[in-house]
Design a protein around this ligand. Structure first.
Ligand SMILES: [Fe+2]
Ligand SMILES: [Fe+2]
Length: 398
């Protein structure tokens, strides 16, 4: 991390926050150890973190460079993917059938979107010498929840386009048929999350810069397996963890139902990613290519762990009042955010193991950042839908 405090302290608060955000972006690049990973993530980093391409209030165009893979013999080439396809067809549902008649009052203390222990703004208020009323605390949690759901929605847009790309690019014909169901699933998820944000919460936050970097990177990478790794394993794996935490903590019944339905689809998506990559990484890639993916996955895991700091909420509530450094500390230590990180990596790490990207070579790095504790968990192909649903209703260890 660059030492920026001495320089930025001389500036007025608003400018200090801006300069701090640039230094933070630079530190993302400085922390990437592997030059190949830097080359792969660098251009997306510039577009996302420095140019804020996702925040220009205009449509973003990201060039895609992959080959569409046609096969005119229509082989039945992957029985497990064929089985997923069958299950996906049977699992289709209509977002219109969610209980949209439920009135959602985001500030109703009886039906909280997030519990008060999840993120407690009192500690921050105390730092700036003020105190939040119970109403202000609810408003703050309403912002945080709307921010999270907005990022879910933006991630779903990435998932829709990535699913369309990998359906073209993947070489398994059974995978292409399965992929068609995922494209439909992601479209439905956009419909449901957007409708909830628009009609029930009346809020939409801009895309987080770090999420934009990851989406930009995998959309523009021509290698189909990098798209799979980025979207099906990393983004979807983490989203699955995040959805399940929100499902377990929110008391709002429409949101719970929506998340429950989406989670069942997402579990198939991650399962598909594990099936496609396990074979490809272990049989078709050279050791050098495998290592490159191993390093990339580690860097992206760190990016996701350390960088989702909800700055969009900071800018709305606290910019100019506290430093970004103070905000980072607050977000890092908030109980709900800690829970997010734990559940997300509980899901992700076993999947990386299963596809062959957690070999003895990289394990010390995961160990160093405390992620090896999840190594022995069940991967997506080992978890049944019944287990997943049972886990969702288990009490939280908080
Ligand atoms: Fe989705
Ligand atoms: Fe998905």
């Amino acid at each position: 991390m660059l030492d920026t405090a001495r320089l930025t302290n001389l500036l007025p608060p608003k400018m200090r926050s801006q300069v701090d955000s640039y230094f933070e972006a630079l530190s993302v690049f400085a922390e990437i150890r592997d030059p190949k990973v830097l080359a792969a993530l660098g251009p997306s980093g510039v577009r996302g973190l420095l140019l804020h391409r996702g925040k220009q209030s205009a449509p973003t165009k990201i060039p895609a460079h992959h080959d569409a893979y046609f096969d005119w013999t229509y082989p039945a080439d992957h029985p497990e993917m064929a089985e997923l396809y069958r299950r996906a067809k049977q699992g289709q549902w209509d977002a219109d059938s969610l209980p949209w008649h439920i009135d959602v009052d985001p500030l109703d203390p009886e039906v909280p979107l997030l519990p008060s222990w999840f993120i407690d703004a009192d500690t921050l208020a105390a730092q700036i010498g003020t105190k939040f009323s119970p109403r202000e605390q609810q408003e703050f949690r309403y912002s945080v929840c709307s921010w999270m759901l907005s990022q879910f929605l933006h991630g779903e847009q990435g998932a829709l386009f990535a699913a369309a790309q990998v359906t073209e690019a993947v070489q398994f014909f059974d995978g292409k048929l399965y992929g068609a169901t995922q494209v439909m699933d992601e479209g439905r998820h956009i419909e449901a999350f957007h409708r909830y944000l628009d009609q029930k919460l009346g809020r939409l936050y801009q895309v987080n810069d770090n999420l934009f970097v990851i989406i930009d990177s995998l959309m523009s990478d021509g290698r189909w397996d990098m798209k799979f790794l980025g979207m099906q394993i990393m983004v979807e794996g983490l989203a699955l963890g995040a959805f399940s935490v929100l499902y377990r903590v929110t008391r709002e019944p429409l949101l719970r139902k929506l998340l429950q339905m989406v989670i069942q689809d997402e579990a198939r998506h991650v399962h598909y990613g594990v099936l496609a990559l396990r074979e490809h990484i272990n049989r078709e890639l050279s050791e050098r290519e495998r290592q490159e993916r191993e390093d990339w996955a580690f860097e992206v895991a760190l990016l996701m762990r350390n960088r989702f700091m909800a700055y969009e909420v900071y800018e709305e509530w606290f910019e100019g009042l506290i430093s970004r450094e103070q905000w980072r500390k607050f977000i890092t230590e908030a109980r709900g955010m800690q829970l997010f990180r734990q559940v997300m990596f509980e899901r992700l790490v076993p999947n990386l193991r299963e596809i062959g990207l957690l070999t003895a070579r990289i394990r010390p790095h995961y160990e160093k950042v405390g992620l090896m504790q999840f190594y022995d968990g069940a991967s997506a192909d080992q978890l049944t839908a019944e287990q997943m649903l049972r886990d969702l209703d288990a009490p939280l260890g908080v």
